[in-house]
Design a protein around this ligand. Structure first.
Ligand SMILES: Nc1ncnc2c1ncn2[C@@H]1O[C@H](COP(=O)(O)OP(=O)(O)O)[C@@H](O)[C@H]1O
Ligand SMILES: [Mg+2]
Length: 451
């Protein structure tokens, strides 16, 4: 029996027995299967699950924004006495923004890069025929103040690229709330933000929800976020609901094994393993690394200097994991890129097993570089979409003289190790959801580490 909930008088949105069918050739037949959950008046309902679990598809069905070829084939979505699945595109457009607001992970794709912030907010009013042009600007300013944008008089005249990621998300929230919707759908709105900004945006959403008495459907893959913000929680996996209930009992005493595993993985809940720091010589020593980026400046732009790293020193023992954390722009990636020598440090030393990487050049650098591998934020950017998965992994060893059959066998073992077997040899990386694509990068990197 699928998990469902009891009807109640204070239900704002009710998803009932929803099936969403994917086109032929997709990774599964149904994106969402027998899904029923409600969002109640004045609550934050968190929908949580790993990437590909169907969270966004259900939200897109509510908004009437399912991609082409993807259709709801069963169930209903009840909102203010109507079944949203029965609406025409025009009726849906009238509802969007007015009654239901939505914010997404990447504000940059939702904002018009060529339009000033104030004009974009004013456009929301214009689309729904509200206020005079002058009132729209005044209202836009009030909204920017309400969402806590620093220097709102300046921000209203700014273009999106002039704002930080967190500020852009605040602008998106202002636009979503402009028409005072009763329901806000937030699809991973903090996933692309650094931890500090994420905490501020979560606080803002909780604040606005209480001040306005709105209901929020909050989508996340992160149980840490659930613990911060949820009144109730709906856990999804492979298109189905595995657990549904008030946040506190679900967090404290999860019933489903999948939920249990996700909750155990929240960093603050995990018992840190006791690790002895090795007494032997460290594997990696970073000594007083400095890196300054200089932009040359142009006709209107002054030249700029950014001190990305300033006297950074740390050591890493064999078998040890060091977590490097900080807000965006604090130098984390530059440090990593210096260690793999994608970036050349201005000064300082990088010793790997006592060999000074920062001095190496040419062949010697190429040989040592193999021993340090990096995986990046965006797996699609590091995988060649035209090379089939099996071959992508086998290519390196084949180039280094391993017979093809042996290289492919090893590639199969590596795929197994990252949980991707049976190996879809013949597919291209882009047909994977992002999580699997990330896993794919691992064997690609490991193949070149000498055992
Ligand atoms: N545009 C699309 N066309 C076809 N299938 C898609 C599309 N977007 C997502 N899917 C598939 O739909 C399923 C649910 O995905 P999604 O709702 O995006 O998951 P989540 O938001 O939980 O990460 C997955 O199997 C995914 O591969
Ligand atoms: Mg999603």
């Amino acid at each position: 029996m699928p998990i469902t909930e009891n009807q109640s008088a204070d239900t704002v949105l009710s998803i009932r027995d929803l099936n969403i069918a994917l086109p032929k050739g997709a990774d599964r037949a149904l994106a969402v299967e027998d899904v029923s959950y409600d969002v109640k008046r004045g609550e934050i309902m968190c929908v949580v699950g790993e990437s590909g679990s169907g969270k966004s598809m259900a939200a897109n069905a509510v908004m009437g924004l399912l991609p082409k070829g993807v259709n709801a084939t069963q169930g209903e979505i009840l909102f203010e006495g109507q079944d949203l699945l029965a609406l025409t595109e025009k009726q849906h457009r009238a509802l969007r923004g007015l009654k239901i607001g939505m914010i997404f992970q990447e504000p940059m794709t939702a904002l018009n890069p060529l339009m000033r912030v104030g004009a974009q907010i004013a456009e929301v009013f214009e689309a729904h025929g509200q206020y005079t042009p002058k009132e729209r600007q005044a209202r836009a300013l009030e909204l920017l103040i309400e969402v806590g944008i620093p220097q709102p008089e300046k921000a209203i005249r700014a273009y999106p690229f002039e704002l930080s990621g967190g500020q852009r998300q605040r602008v998106m929230i202002a636009m979503a709330l402009a028409l005072e919707p009763v329901l806000l759908i937030a699809d991973e709105p903090t996933t692309a933000l650094d931890v500090t900004t994420q905490a501020q945006i979560l606080e803002l959403i909780r604040d606005l929800q209480q001040r306005r008495g709105m209901s929020v459907m909050f989508i996340t893959h992160d149980f840490g976020v659930v613990a911060e913000i949820a009144n109730r929680v709906c856990v999804m996996r492979h298109g189905k609901i595995v657990e549904l209930g008030d946040a506190k009992p679900v967090l404290q005493n999860p019933q489903d094994p999948y939920t249990q595993a996700l909750i155990a993985a929240i960093p603050s809940n995990a018992v840190p393993p006791h690790r002895e720091t090795s007494q032997v010589a460290p594997l990696l020593e970073i000594k007083q690394l400095n890196k300054v980026f200089r932009s040359r400046g142009g006709w209107l732009k002054p030249a700029r200097e950014v001190r990305a790293l300033e006297d950074v020193s740390l050591t890493l023992a064999r078998g040890e994991t060091v977590g490097i954390v900080g807000e965006s722009g604090s130098g984390k990636s530059t440090l990593g890129r210096c260690v793999v020598r994608l970036e050349h440090p201005d000064s300082g030393e990088l010793l790997l097993d006592g060999v000074n990487l920062s001095q190496l050049k040419g062949d010697a650098l190429r040989r040592e570089r193999h021993r340090v591998q990096m995986i990046f934020q965006d797996p699609y950017a590091s995988l060649n979409p035209r090379t089939k998965v099996g071959m992508a992994i086998a290519q390196g060893p084949i180039a280094n003289g391993t017979p093809k059959a042996a290289a492919l066998k090893q590639a199969g073992e590596l795929l197994d190790m990252v949980g991707l077997v049976p190996a879809p040899w013949s597919v291209s990386p882009t047909s994977f959801p992002v999580a699997s694509a990330s896993a794919l990068v691992l064997p690609e990197r490991w193949r070149s580490i000498p055992s």
